[in-house]
Design a protein around this ligand. Structure first.
Ligand code: ADP
Ligand code: MG
Length: 625
């Protein structure tokens, strides 16, 4: 048989290699920014268009390249940063593989302008799919500008695989944050579709964090410092009370390189243990300086994962540093989140002695009387039921249950008029249950979590929080679609501050929010001014609701599978629904039950969790066998 093995031509090899280095526009941004930093620039501009699909340009004032280097830089394994394998152990540059430019040039239209300090004139070079199209002399200041257009122009499959411009823009912003946070002394400017998104002057670590994430961030930061022989730790953690439901701002930098490390992350989280609720995440910006010889950054082409020689020591040091920082700033709390607040003895009760419970006998009680002939007992008349005082005070927010769906509340007839969307739903309980939940006052609350009520065939146990989520979710969705939400005008407009990136997200979802009843006076820079809020949203919770919306929106947009109104409705219903632990009086329990079964899809919560379970009389009978 004839020989069949051939060496792949360079441009094919480059295209294959590009797959590893360049996953999306954000990867190009990372490589170009890192090259600018390695070139010693102190001012770097990043310019993108259409989520980086149309254009990514990085302009620096670094050392530039000679004519020959300009050309060589696009060859594979061409680098000025290491000369031998030993250099890998004393790396202080971002790059060293010499792959990035070759990979990028293989899959895009690239234009390089560059000049060194010493050269009179610079070089202009155009490359398309690894082929040099032109090389000319150019007059320009010292430094480099690298322009990448039409990414993946020759790999349609990859191009189609890219997400929407918004999502790609968000990935780029993340990458930009990471690089900018690692190098606060460098001035960065970031332009998207012609408008300036970030202007970050040369500063220190704290100011850089604040410039990126908004002025409000400053008060949240607690410094963490430690210096040992193995590692120098510096940076900030956010105070426990500012921990978020979303993962948000968590950054590790090792020798000024952003890295991902689930192991070190665990060290930080464990230091926060007991200080924040288990579903919340602490924020951190931690800079570790270690001897380059003790780490290996060569394990992943994008260099975001690294191997430490002595991970265990690092873990222990990091954990104790964070604990120390939290302690020093007096933020160690005295609250135990697991403890049931009902078990606390009020201070005033300290000296009280226990009272004997009194048994009140209802002399007029007739066990044979039916419900109908039973006289309605009035409070204070000594009648049996009156000795039980319903505690109404903590039924906070129950009025919310009515809003938007008042017409359905408490009317039995509405039940039978509910139109069911699918066979499955009409299945179990409602077939046998045409005249459904028994009339008034047949609900009760179990462990401040479930509402129990009877149906013809037995009973159902409803998760109060999920049920309310469903009710709110459908009413929000309806408001968005029919645009009839009621807005509550605020006497004084609310001024809220966010990071610039967050403000951008708010302006993206502005329309959905407006249809819900939010009224915005201003959305600019780091500030949002709100003059109206939906009826259901208490003024004091607006900030929290928006924070949650921003983070949910970010996460869901990643998957591209949800519509904006769906995300917004879900978030609001999750944030505003009654929670486990809230006591509901009988009126609101009943309203909730009725509203739930007036919903189109009453079986599962907006997050696809079951809302109730049915226990039939037969089930109960079996238990007694
Ligand atoms: P690496 O960064 O791993 O060396 P790259 O492909 O990113 O590989 O770059 C190849 C070479 O091109 C670099 O080693 C550097 O010498 C040169 N280079 C790239 N970008 C710049 C820049 N912005 N300024 C000066 N030199 C650059
Ligand atoms: Mg590089």
């Amino acid at each position: 048989m004839a020989d069949i093995i051939q060496l792949l031509p360079d441009h094919v090899a480059n295209q294959i290699a590009a797959g590893e280095v360049v996953q999306r526009p954000a990867s190009v941004v990372k490589e170009l920014l890192e090259n600018a930093i390695d070139a010693g620039a102190d001012t770097i501009k990043l310019i993108i268009k259409d989520g980086g699909k149309a254009l990514i340009q990085v302009v620096d004032n670094g050392k530039g390249m000679s004519h020959t280097d300009a050309r060589l830089s696009f060859e594979r394994h061409a680098t000025s940063k290491i000369k031998s394998a030993e250099d890998l152990f004393s790396l202080n540059t971002k790059g060293f593989r010499g792959e990035a430019l070759a990979s990028i040039a293989a899959i895009a239209h690239v234009e390089l302008h560059t000049k060194t300090e010493d050269d009179e004139v610079g070089t202009q070079l155009k490359i398309e799919g690894s082929k040099i199209v032109s090389q000319e002399i150019a007059v320009r200041p010292k430094g480099t500008s690298l322009c990448v257009k039409n990414l993946f122009f020759n790999i349609p499959a990859r191009r189609n695989f890219l997400k929407s411009n918004q999502v790609e823009f968000r990935h780029i912003t993340d990458e930009f944050h990471r690089v900018a946070l690692a190098h606060p002394s460098i001035q960065f400017n970031f332009y998207n579709n012609g408008s300036e998104i970030f202007n970050l002057p040369s500063s220190n670590y704290r100011q850089r964090i604040v410039n990126i994430f908004g002025t409000k961030t400053n008060e949240k930061l607690v410094p963490a410092e430690e210096e040992t022989q193995v590692v120098k730790i510096s940076g900030f953690i956010t105070k426990p009370e500012y921990s978020k439901k979303s993962r948000g701002e968590q950054f590790f930098f090792v020798n000024n390189r952003f890295i991902k490390s689930p192991y070190l992350h665990h060290a930080v989280v464990s230091a926060f243990e007991g200080l924040i609720k288990s579903e919340n995440h602490p924020g951190y910006f931690l800079y570790l300086d270690v001897d380059p010889a003790t780490i290996d950054i060569n394990i992943h082409p994008t260099k975001t994962e690294i191997k430490f020689d002595d991970e265990h020591t690092l873990y222990a040091l990091l954990r104790s540093t964070i604990k120390h920082a939290l302690g020093q700033f007096n933020v160690v709390p005295s609250i135990d989140f697991e403890q049931d607040p009902n078990l606390d003895t009020p201070y005033a009760y300290q000296k009280k002695s226990a009272e004997q419970p009194k048994v009140v006998v209802d002399s007029g009680f007739n066990p044979f009387a039916t419900d109908k002939d039973k006289p309605v007992s009035k409070p204070g008349n000594g009648g049996g039921s009156s000795s039980y005082n319903y505690e109404k005070s903590s039924a906070k927010g129950w009025e919310n249950l009515y809003v938007g769906i008042e017409s359905k509340v408490g009317k039995e007839s509405d039940f039978s008029s509910v139109s069911f969307e699918s066979e499955v739903i009409t299945g179990s309980i409602f077939d046998e249950q045409r005249e459904p939940i028994d009339s008034v006052a047949t609900t009760f609350q179990l462990r401040r979590k479930y509402i129990v009520t009877t149906i013809k065939s037995g009973m159902i146990v409803i998760d109060q929080s999920r049920a309310h989520q469903r009710v709110l979710y459908e009413s929000f969705l309806k408001n968005i679609t029919v645009k009839e939400a009621v807005s509550q005008q605020l006497l004084f407009p609310l001024q809220l501050s966010f990071s610039k990136a967050d403000v951008l997200i708010i302006s993206e979802i502005k329309e959905s929010l407006q249809t819900l009843g939010f009224a915005f006076d201003k959305i600019e820079d780091e500030h949002v001014e709100i003059s109206g809020v939906p009826l259901l949203v208490p003024e004091s919770e607006v900030g929290m609701v928006l924070d949650q919306l921003i983070s949910d929106y970010q996460m869901d947009v990643e998957t591209d599978s949800f519509s904006q109104s769906d995300i917004v409705s879900k978030t609001l219903s999750k944030t505003l629904a009654v929670k486990t632990g809230e006591q509901l009086d009988s009126e609101s329990q009943l309203a909730l039950v009725n509203n739930l079964f007036a919903c189109k899809e009453f079986k599962v919560s907006p997050f696809n969790k079951p809302i109730y379970i049915t226990i039939t009389g037969d089930d109960i009978d079996k238990k007694f066998l």
